[in-house]
Ligand binder design. Structure first.
Ligand code: C5P
Length: 244
């Protein structure tokens, strides 16, 4: 039996139905080889090795030809759900799958399949923050660069600055993002009904007027997006002592 938080079980949802077009490889980025193991398997390794996690739901595309080769495809703690057109649709689909077996008060950690460098210490910090937390929480990193907002797209190739955005209150939203199952399902359904394809789970909860808690995480929890991110992820895993 896994360790619950205040009596609530903890589940993980992994949206893994993206095509990874910005990466441009023959396989979606979650199935790229990262030092002898796929990106997605490395993500699952961390969660399935954690005593707090009761089970995972992985949202997969109908065109997915690779899951059957996963080291975790036969693990009874890992279930599948059909992916959707956008990330938020894939998450909603996985939550619907969980709805049949989990309580609405259970915690769900949503984590991008393309973030294989999540540290156990960051995961533990997020889980610790959920005790007595009324809304939910997400890993995030304060912005240290000066941030420019571009002028509305003009004709031609030149992009110009419209304004400089004060960075003092800006954070980059990472994953996992943790919310109660019932709240997150309600939030995503409301966003969808409003025609909003939110790009993270906290955004949907914010639209309900709630304020998720920001938990500062490590910046090496990168989302593999472009080809240069893959060697960077390997470097981070080596630095963390997770590769032999
Ligand atoms: O495209 P992006 O990098 O923002 O995707 C973040 C995560 O959402 C990835 O793990 C990707 O596989 C997943 N995703 C999904 N369904 C989609 C689009 C993206 O599960 N329709």
């Amino acid at each position: 039996m896994s360790e619950a938080i205040d009596g609530a079980a903890v589940w993980v949802v992994i949206p893994a139905a993206g095509a990874g077009r910005r990466f441009g490889a023959a396989v979606p980025k979650q199935y790229l080889d990262l030092a002898g193991r796929t990106v997605l398997d490395r993500v699952l390794d961390l969660f399935l090795g954690h005593p707090a996690i009761l089970g995972c739901v992985v949202a997969l595309s109908a065109e997915d030809d690779w899951w059957g080769d996963s080291a975790h495809c036969d693990d009874p703690r890992v279930q599948r759900a059909p992916g959707g057109a956008e990330r938020c649709d894939s998450v909603a689909s996985a939550l619907a799958r969980l709805g049949a077996q989990a309580a609405t008060t259970d915690w769900v950690l949503v984590h991008d399949a393309a973030r294989p460098c999540l540290r156990r210490t960051d995961l533990d910090r997020l889980l610790a923050a959920l005790v007595d937390e009324p809304v939910g929480a997400l890993l995030a990193v304060p912005v240290h660069d000066t941030v420019k907002q571009a002028a509305a797209a003009a004709a031609g190739p030149i992009t110009r600055v419209a304004t400089t955005v004060p960075r003092q209150l800006l954070w980059r939203a990472y994953t996992p993002q943790a919310f109660r199952l019932g709240l997150l399902r309600r939030a995503l359904a409301a966003a969808a009904a409003a025609g909003l394809a939110v790009t993270d789970d906290a955004s949907a909860v914010e639209l309900l007027g709630l304020q998720p808690r920001l938990i500062e995480g490590q910046a090496d929890n990168l989302k593999i997006t472009r080809p240069e991110d893959l060697p960077l992820a390997q470097f981070f895993l080596t630095q963390q002592g997770r590769l032999c």
